[in-house]
Design a protein around this ligand. Structure first.
Ligand SMILES: Cc1ncc(COP(=O)(O)O)c(C=O)c1O
Length: 438
């Protein structure tokens, strides 16, 4: 038995205790629990890269506004079901300032995090046309969104974008859309877990096909403008966050407070529905929602039923953060650019010790350094690599759980501390020695 930084018996005991038959299918929470247990048993610190939680303090602008709102008594009042007017205004300005898209304040709808935004979107999109009963995922993706559909009893299809970048994307998408059962397409950009960023030409294809087949695009911008290869931080000035909104009118942009503003705990985001989609009345709505527009079905039927709006004070926080960003007083991307710096250093260590980046390119360009990156090791499946790295005090999740067909792991940079680069270097040196590449 090779000597590893964490005694194998501790890791094996932690895994056995969780009763996990196939480690490659372990959820983020299970991996976190195994790492915590092995850390406690061994007394050796883990380099934790499994959770996608912001590792930074919350935006001070948001906290201040929220405290003031609470002191002004908003906690006793139900928030407007359409959303706080100031937030709707600022969200409309934000999409203009940072994406160069015109969406009326009416269509900018506060939600309790993007999670609620996708849940509500799935519910409404699934009712537009009874023949269109399936959501298409451009994977890899965020597993909980598929869980949302399972909870609703709705269908989905998925493909791994790995082999379908650039011009290969159109025929692949058409092979699904031409079946006539797809109501909406969803993807995140930048992507969780691969940090792939779809290029303009790919977004154009998605947009054109959405119009041609009359389907809705759910563009998940949870990692808004965090492609640090380009400075997207200056309001009302190019370059902007790339978007499908420039190529179709059938879209919802899901903007989250969680990562860009480190505001995950307050569960706040804004779902921005295009002007034409907001006003459209789909015949399929009559049965469940009545004769209402898409926007009204989203807000007055679904959101009203789900949570009757969004925490009042969190809406004040989000309004203040967006306002400060719109006015150029608060460069929110500067706060989170640390994730990119961490990814660059971590990737360099892994690459030097025989690892490779699994999702390595956006067409001809290396992927950006950001919140996540993907790693593989020759001759190991994602599940094997995940278990092996546990013995070296490194925890990350297998790509298996994300709709990816590739062998490897997703590593998240958010919890990395400064002293851990040396730790990782030392441990990966040993890993390489113990696992020679043949
Ligand atoms: C791609 C993606 N979408 C949505 C979310 C959830 O966002 P929120 O916290 O706004 O619900 C996450 C969080 O990890 C994510 O990675």
């Amino acid at each position: 038995m090779k000597k590893t930084p964490i005694d194998c018996k501790f890791v094996d005991e932690a895994i056995n205790e969780m009763h996990i038959a196939d480690l490659s299918k372990a959820t983020i929470r299970e991996v976190k629990a195994i790492a915590a247990k092995a850390e406690a048993l061994s007394g050796i610190e883990y380099i934790k890269m499994e959770m996608g939680v912001p590792g930074l303090p919350p935006s001070a602008v948001g906290v201040k506004a929220e405290i003031e709102a609470l002191q002004n008594g908003v906690a006793s009042l139900y928030p407007d079901i359409n959303g706080l007017p100031e937030l709707k205004q600022e969200a409309s300005k934000f999409v203009k300032a940072f994406i160069d898209v015109d969406i009326n304040p009416e269509g900018c709808v506060p939600v309790t995090g993007s999670m609620q935004g996708t849940y509500a979107s799935f519910m409404v999109c699934s009712q537009c046309d009874e023949k269109k009963n399936t959501i298409l995922f451009i994977d890899p993706g965020f597993p909980v969104q598929k869980q949302q559909l399972s909870v609703m009893g709705e269908k989905y299809e998925t493909f791994d974008v790995y082999n379908y970048r650039g011009e290969k994307l159109r025929p692949k998408l058409e092979s699904y859309l031409s079946q006539g059962n797809i109501s909406a397409i969803i993807y995140s950009n930048p992507n969780n877990p691969s940090w792939v960023c779809l290029k303009e030409e790919e977004l154009k294809v998605i947009g054109e096909l959405a119009t041609q087949y009359d389907i809705i695009v759910l563009e998940d911008l949870a990692y808004f403008a965090m492609d640090f290869r380009t400075d997207l931080s200056v309001p009302y000035q190019a370059p902007y966050q790339p978007t499908v909104a420039h190529y179709t009118d059938n879209y919802i942009l899901l903007i989250s407070g969680s990562k860009a503003f480190s505001y995950a705990g307050q569960r706040i985001g804004v779902s921005c529905i295009s002007n034409s989609l907001y006003n459209r009345v789909y015949p399929g709505f009559a049965k469940r929602f009545g004769n209402v527009s898409f926007g009204s079905a989203f807000i007055h039927r679904v959101l009203y039923a789900l949570s009757s709006g969004v925490s009042h004070s969190a809406q004040y926080a989000m309004a203040a953060m967006l306002k400060a960003a719109n006015e150029g007083k608060y460069n929110f991307l500067k706060d989170v650019s640390i994730y990119g710096e961490r990814a660059r250093k971590l990737k360099e260590i892994f690459l030097r010790h025989g690892f490779h980046i699994v999702y390595d390119k956006d067409l001809d360009e290396p992927v950006a350094d950001g919140f996540y990156f993907t790693i593989g090791y020759p001759g190991m499946t994602g599940g094997q690599l995940m278990k092996e790295l546990m013995y070296y005090g490194v925890s990350a999740i297998s790509l298996d759980t994300t709709g990816s067909n590739q062998e490897g792991l997703r590593a998240c940079t958010s919890f990395i501390k400064d002293h851990q680069y040396d730790q990782l270097e030392e441990r990966m040196q040993l890993f390489e020695t113990n696992n020679p590449i043949i």
